[in-house]
Design a protein around this ligand. Structure first.
Ligand code: KG4
Ligand code: ZN
Length: 346
């Protein structure tokens, strides 16, 4: 039995990406080629992603990236078993670019098309990189999403918690902007926090102690702004202290939410098949303090902490190709060419 080969396409936010991924008859994956082009510099001056700029940049980059991914893999269109493209959720202009490119190639080459939910791509990545078995728990923390998801199977997801306001990455970015640090803010806040005193400024722990597993970060953002205003003009040490306090407040909040999620997972009997996994995804998963906290938490509660390589935690096309392959393996059908992109798709 031979392996299957998929082209994956991603363009839902500010990364244009194409990848070729294979899955063998036993369901094991192999990344054959992968390309990601970040638009970071095009958006940096605006302190965030500008949808119109993003859509145009995707148009310019998409053809070259797909051709490059095929060439690097030494694969022609006729070798493919399917084409998978992100069709939501995300910025509508970018989604249209990726979905239309994928459909056009599928139509021209006579191959099945799979419209993939971007979040499903994030959710299934750890099965490719770490062979994680269902069911597992995923914490997705990126610039656009903050979710705790029970992954029961391909196409079977239960959202246990989400943010009621800002995404966690967004909270990092806004904090950085407020303190005059650059964009994206996460890495800069983490760096500054290293020399800061997290105890100097008291900050709230939003949602901590609440039974529902949701998040809220806008109150924390306001508290950071008020603290910064009270301390102005800010010296380097002040900035470091605020960053350290912010990061600790975030880690504490996450710890509370995840601790409850792991407990619920165990109480519902989901852990009975062997040591279960907590999988992280999203750019905020790069944060060392958050990783350390999660590692300790998992150890104490009998979970394996699984963090795919960072380039596969952030937006990429490997995860989209893989989600298509997983759908084939699960016996799920390809999509109709009429399937539409969707900016919102929980
Ligand atoms: O997954 P991602 O690359 O893109 C999407 O949002 O789709 O995530 C980017 C987010 C940004 O908000 C960025 O500030 C945050 O991840 N981030 C971090 C770190 N590195 C990136 N947040 C905290 N600590 C970091 N080291
Ligand atoms: Zn993403």
């Amino acid at each position: 039995k031979k392996s299957k080969l998929f082209l994956g396409i991603e363009s839902s936010c500010d990364e244009t990406a194409a990848a070729i991924v294979a899955m063998d008859a036993d369901g094991r994956g192999e990344i054959v080629s992968e390309l990601v082009l970040s638009q970071l510099e095009e958006h940096a001056a605006f302190g965030g992603v500008v949808p119109e700029i993003a859509a145009r940049a995707h148009v310019e980059a998409m053809d070259g990236l797909i051709a490059g991914a095929l060439a690097n893999a030494d694969v022609s269109l006729s070798d493919l078993d399917g084409i998978a493209a992100t069709i939501g959720p995300g910025l509508i202009g970018g989604l249209i670019v990726g979905a239309m490119s994928g459909k056009a190639i599928a139509y021209a080459a006579g191959k099945p098309f799979y419209g993939i939910n971007h979040l499903e791509g994030h959710a299934l990545t750890a099965r490719l990189t770490n062979g994680v078995d269902f069911p597992f728990l995923m914490l997705l923390v990126s610039g656009g999403h903050t979710q705790i998801v029970l992954v029961k199977g391909v196409g079977q997801y239960e959202r246990w918690g989400t943010t009621i306001d800002d995404a966690l990455g967004e909270a990092f970015d806004k904090t950085a902007k407020l303190l005059g640090l650059g964009y994206p803010g996460g890495p800069q806040v983490e760096q500054a926090a290293k020399t800061g005193d997290p105890k100097r400024i008291p900050l709230p722990r939003p949602m901590k102690g609440e039974a529902r597993l949701d998040f809220s970060f806008s109150g924390l953002k306001t508290a950071v702004r008020q603290a910064a205003e009270a301390m102005a003009p800010l010296g380097e040490q002040d900035i470091a202290d605020i960053c350290a306090a912010f990061q600790l407040a975030v880690a504490d909040t996450l710890q509370d939410r995840i601790r409850r999620s792991l407990t619920r997972f165990t109480e519902e009997g989901l852990a009975d098949g062997g040591p279960p996994s907590l999988v992280v995804a999203g750019g905020v998963a790069a944060n060392g303090a958050i990783r350390d906290m999660l590692t300790g938490l998992c150890e104490r509660q009998g979970f394996a902490f699984v963090a795919p390589p960072l380039r596969l935690c952030t937006d990429n096309a490997v995860m989209i190709a893989w989600a298509g392959l997983e759908r084939v393996r699960a016996g799920l059908p390809a999509d109709d060419m009429e399937i539409a992109v969707r900016s919102r798709w929980p």
